[in-house]
Design a protein around this ligand. Structure first.
Ligand SMILES: [Cu+2]
Length: 170
């Protein structure tokens, strides 16, 4: 009687351990404390004649419940990419390099004219309109995000970008 009880308790324990580990592996729940990031509309403008730098824009969306911090960006075939922001200082529009950009939980950050932008330098070969260049975004938690940035003309870029359409999810 005693042994039987012990056995059934042991098997019950074993079963519950087994089923909970199964559930953990087969379930496809997005834990709300993990940053789930998406990048859309990545584009980089062709270099204008005589210019040694150009700009890139994109929108970063954080679907997750934790803030994410962008720390670095690279573009295939481009020697250097910096993260810049425009700010108003004493009534003047200034541009400065920033070390990181935070995307809060359930919010998005748009890199657009007059705000954050990627400053792109040192092309190994000229960027041509219609090309795509692989863009890699690096985050402080070790995450990386890849996308293809479209090479666009200045005209296309001015047409597309509407100022201050920062879109925040709830
Ligand atoms: Cu800049």
């Amino acid at each position: 009687m005693m042994t039987k009880l012990c056995f059934s308790m042991a098997s019950a324990l074993l079963f519950s351990f087994f089923s909970s580990s199964l559930a953990a592996h087969s379930g496809h729940e997005h834990a709300s404390d993990v940053a789930v990031l998406e990048v859309v509309n990545a584009q980089v403008r062709e270099f204008l004649p005589g210019s040694n730098s150009t700009v890139g824009y994109l929108t970063l969306i954080n679907h997750g419940g934790t803030a994410a911090t962008l720390t670095k960006a690279t573009l295939d075939g481009l020697g250097r990419v910096e993260i810049h922001e425009h700010s108003h200082v004493d009534g003047m529009m200034k541009m400065q390099q920033v070390k990181s950009v935070e995307i809060k939980a359930h919010e998005s950050v748009s890199f657009q004219p007059g705000g954050y932008h990627l400053m792109v330098f040192e092309p190994q070969e000229p960027l041509k309109v219609g090309q795509e260049r692989k863009l890699t975004l690096y985050f402080s938690d070790g995450n990386r995000l890849f996308t293809n940035a479209q090479v666009v003309s200045l005209e296309a870029q001015t047409k597309q970008s509407k100022p201050s359409t920062q879109h925040a999810h709830h």
